[in-house]
Structure formats: structure tokens, C-alpha cells
Design a binder for this molecule. Structure first.
Ligand SMILES: Cc1cc2nc3c(=O)[nH]c(=O)nc-3n(C[C@H](O)[C@H](O)[C@H](O)COP(=O)(O)O)c2cc1C
Length: 127
């Protein structure tokens, strides 16, 4: 599988509803993942899930943001054409002051080679 290495200034943003359904993705996210915005909106965020990612990482992510806290971590994602890319993600909850709706945002930058190595070693020990 082909690795896509992010550019230093790539900044991938996506937003989900309370259940993890994609509401928005920015141009960098669409470009790297290989989807159009129309293809992503309305899909569960696991559309980019890579099988190498341990369930425990996403369990921790969801538990953290549902508590109202910020989750950070390394994520290996799958591209539409079957490749993959690594990011360092910051995920946080947001409450719309008008509708009271809780949504979640993820902002991602490039993960460096040593960061990827460390995350890979850790994820091998998790399920
Ligand atoms: C704002 C936000 C962004 C997310 N981004 C990703 C992502 O980039 N890749 C991913 O695999 N899961 C992401 N998730 C987690 C997914 O919702 C899902 O829990 C994960 O893909 C595991 O899939 P599963 O729950 O079907 O096992 C994100 C969740 C939230 C709330």
C-alpha cells in the first residue's frame, strides 16, 4: 500500500455530529483522503479508518471528547485508493450556542517519521 506523506503545511480538518457522521471536511482533508466533500458528508468517519488502527485508540478518543475534553493522538488513515497516511490529530467537542448541538472537530497535521515509529510500536501492543 502506498503511503501519502503530508506536506509540512497540510492541515486536515473535519467535523462530525454527536454520532461521528461527517458534517464537514476542508480541502486538505478531501485532497489527502482522495474524496470530494460531497462523498464524505453524511458518511460515518470510519470511512477513512485503517485496519491497522487499534479499537482502543478510538474508544479513548470518544470517551475523552464525550467527557468534554480534548483528545490528541496519532492516527493512520486509509485513502480512497487504498493508500494510507499518518497524522497527529487534535479532536475536541464544540457546543453550538444557538442550537445546543454538540459536534466534534478534528484538526490534523503531518506526523513526523519518529512520531510514526513510536505510534506504530505502541499500537502493536493494543487491540
Ligand atoms: C471529530 C472526529 C474525527 C475523527 N477522525 C477519524 C479519522 O480521521 N480516522 C478514523 O479512523 N476515525 C476517526 N474518528 C473516529 C471514528 O468516529 C470511529 O470511531 C473510528 O473510525 C473507528 O471506527 P468504528 O467505530 O467503526 O470501529 C473521528 C471521530 C471524531 C469525533
Amino acid at each position: 500500500m502506498q503511503e501519502y506523506i503530508l506536506k509540512d503545511d497540510d492541515f486536515l480538518v473535519s467535523q462530525t455530529d454527536a454520532k461521528g457522521i461527517i458534517k464537514f471536511a476542508n480541502d486538505d482533508f478531501c485532497k489527502v483522503a482522495g474524496y470530494t466533500l460531497e462523498e464524505l458528508v453524511g458518511k460515518p468517519h470510519n470511512v477513512v479508518r485503517h485496519p491497522d488502527m487499534p479499537k482502543a485508540a478510538f474508544k479513548d478518543l470518544w470517551e475523552t471528547v464525550k467527557r468534554g475534553e480534548v483528545w490528541t493522538g496519532y492516527v493512520k488513515n486509509k485513502t480512497k485508493d487504498g493508500g494510507y497516511y499518518w497524522v497527529y490529530a487534535t479532536v475536541y467537542p464544540m457546543k453550538d450556542p444557538h442550537t445546543n448541538e454538540t459536534t466534534y472537530m478534528s484538526c490534523r497535521r503531518k506526523a513526523t517519521e519518529p512520531e510514526i515509529q513510536e505510534a506504530q510500536n505502541l499500537y502493536k501492543t493494543l487491540r
